[in-house]
Design a protein around this ligand. Structure first.
Ligand SMILES: [Zn+2]
Ligand SMILES: [Zn+2]
Length: 392
């Protein structure tokens, strides 16, 4: 196997300059026009066949090996978040209120580096690499839009790969789980409708505040009493709004929150109990209730063969690295799950925090930044895995 780690490290200046340029010019979901333009320019310069405007601002490029073979899709997300950056970095955001606070600038730079590396190994590849630069990962449905636009077909994809820089772990750590790695997420809205009235005459109305309070408490019983102790779920009520003043019982209370699960059986159980509890308590207390439940993303589930292969490559590339193959999972969610629902593949994590340099704020924090030494780790592991999947 060629020394992909050395090759990725040799391209560090390129990767870093790309990452810092994207970081300084962040764009929100479906507005990644500048970013997508640079991506298309860089891929075209390599001589790849490039298509822009796929599912909004997405870019797709094909790299053909010298012989036919399987098709490996590799994805990076390009979008930033509506957060005002407070890192004080020399390459900090020049767009007030918009920030690359999740590391997607790094993912885009890594994938451009992977394209460069694999392009120089074209003669050793049997098959096709399909590069998917997607818009709007942060809860706006970018992956779904690109799938609807046909990114998984023509040519149809056999294996799909993606990575995330990960500030919950130090640089040098690599997490490659086998099975579920990120949670499925639902968003819920609950509207409890009572009958408003004077705060001093509750018996003449129907109090939705009391019903809402009971619902919040009872929902916590789902994880505590219904989900089996060794299985995982989260039910969080995150907003609650009702009433305007101290002596008026309001007519309605609105609550929103999220449910996170990994397995279909647990998800069905939680959703069924959720609806039953909300309806029964509201109605038992004389209120009416409206529930709006929406799937945000399914769980991200790695296919065993793909995960084992990435693990094996990582062991070869980083013999001294801290490799976490046990069962690294997080309750965050990720829309690459929509790709992995259709195509077997692997989503893995590249440790990127460095507390000595103060680069350890969490994802989505206004001071989020990561150690760029993580970028060659990601590029090397991705390039080596693809080359292995497509070896002649
Ligand atoms: Zn994020
Ligand atoms: Zn992210």
């Amino acid at each position: 196997m060629p020394d992909y780690l050395s090759e990725a490290k040799a391209l560090f200046e390129y990767t870093q300059s790309m990452r810092r340029d994207f970081h300084a010019h962040p764009e929100l979901g479906f507005q990644e026009v500048r970013t997508a333009g640079i991506v298309a320019r860089e891929l075209s310069a390599l001589g790849l066949e490039v298509r822009s405007g796929v599912g909004g601002t997405g870019v797709v490029a094909l790299l053909e090996g010298v012989k036919p073979g399987p098709v490996v899709l590799v994805r990076a997300d390009m979008d930033a978040l509506p957060i005002h950056e407070e890192t004080g970095a020399s390459y900090a955001s020049q767009n007030p209120g918009v920030m690359h606070a999740c590391g997607h600038d790094g993912h885009t730079a890594v994938l451009l580096t992977v394209a460069k590396i694999l392009n120089s190994h074209r003669s050793e590849l049997a098959g096709t690499v399909k590069f998917m630069f997607q818009p709007a990962e942060e809860g706006m449905g970018g992956a779904e839009k690109m799938i609807a636009a046909g990114v998984l077909e023509n040519p149809s994809v056999d294996t799909a790969l993606a990575l995330h820089v990960w500030n919950e772990k130090p640089v040098g750590w690599i997490g490659i789980g086998n099975g579920p790695v990120m949670a499925g997420a639902e968003i819920f809205k609950i509207k409890v409708l009572g009958k408003g009235g004077h705060g001093a005459a509750p018996h003449l109305g129907v109090d939705p505040v009391l019903a809402a309070a009971q619902i919040v408490s009872a929902l916590q019983g789902i994880v505590a009493r219904n989900v089996a102790p060794l299985q995982t779920a989260v039910v969080s009520v995150c907003t609650i709004h009702g009433g305007e003043t101290f002596n008026v019982i309001p007519p309605a209370v609105l609550m929103t929150g999220t449910i996170r699960t990994f397995e279909a059986g647990v998800r069905n159980l939680v959703l069924e109990r959720f609806e039953k509890i909300v309806h029964s308590i509201a109605e038992g207390m004389g209120c009416q209730v409206e529930i709006d439940l929406q799937l945000l993303t399914p769980a991200t589930i790695n296919q065993s063969d793909s995960a084992i292969r990435v693990q094996a490559i990582a062991r070869r590339l980083f013999p001294e690295g801290e490799l976490d193959t046990a069962n690294y999972i997080t309750m965050g969610s990720e829309d690459f799950s929509y790709v992995l629902e259709k195509i077997p593949g692997c989503f893995f994590f590249i440790g990127s925090a460095n507390s000595n340099k103060g680069l350890d704020a969490g994802h989505h924090h206004p001071r989020f930044d990561f150690d760029e030494a993580a970028l060659p780790h990601g590029a090397a592991l991705m390039a080596a895995t693809i080359a292995d999947l497509l070896k002649k």
